[in-house]
Ligand binder design. Sequence first.
Ligand SMILES: C[S@@+](CC[C@H](N)C(=O)[O-])C[C@H]1O[C@@H](n2cnc3c(N)ncnc32)[C@H](O)[C@@H]1O
Length: 241
Amino acid sequence: MQGFTPETGFGPDAAARYDESPRGDEGVAADFLAGLAAGRDALEFAIGTGRMAFPLSHGGVRVDGIELSQAMVDVLRSRPGGAELDVRVGDMSTTSMDRRYGLVFLVYNTIFNLLTQDGQVECFENAARHLDHDGVFVIEAAVPSAWLPTHSHARPERVEADAVTLDVCSYDPATQILDENHVRIAADGIRFAPIACRLAWPSELDLMARIAGLRLVERWGGWQRQPYTGRDAHVSVYARA
Ligand SMILES: C[S@@+](CC[C@H](N)C(=O)[O-])C[C@H]1O[C@@H](n2cnc3c(N)ncnc32)[C@H](O)[C@@H]1O
């Protein structure tokens, strides 16, 4: 998307608004992840403002993080307990924490924020470098077809009396890149919230895992271990091959 860079995609405005609308899966996701951590330390790739890290650490799991956006880290630091978390600003496909973990996790479709196949493979390789010999890497993401009823669309996302928000998308099947902008039109002006994603099917992610020396050990349709149907989303658990 012209004018969009991953570094600025979650800048100060997006970071300031990020915690206004929690996703709602934080409790069940934290239970799932805490079970896999089994008392060991965890590392979150793209930790953001700590939406998942705080509930998990309140449950007794130490959570460190890597995050590209300084603005998101500033919000995390401002939250109670945020100053104590070990978070490094950098790219999750290359940044090292110089230690290993029982659990590395990357949720909320954020593997797609890496915009090339090479970048996504490097992310798996970086996860593998951070895993204990019996550690696991968890990815939670949408199934691409759930996001692509048509390749390109503009549809109402939120309709209020004095504002409308449109979800405007354009998908390129050759690059697998979905360019998306959430456009809020209101009396006080127009606000853009752009994001670009490189969509990948679970099967492509499984091959990336194999390149990184990992293998799929569990795949679910959601955090409550619903059966995986291939229709909406997946929670995938990888371990050393
Ligand atoms: C949808 S948010 C998810 C944040 C958090 N994991 C959560 O569940 O709320 C995506 C986050 O990924 C971060 N991000 C995007 N690309 C990244 C990269 N290459 N390395 C590290 N973080 C990245 C963004 O800055 C943003 O904070």
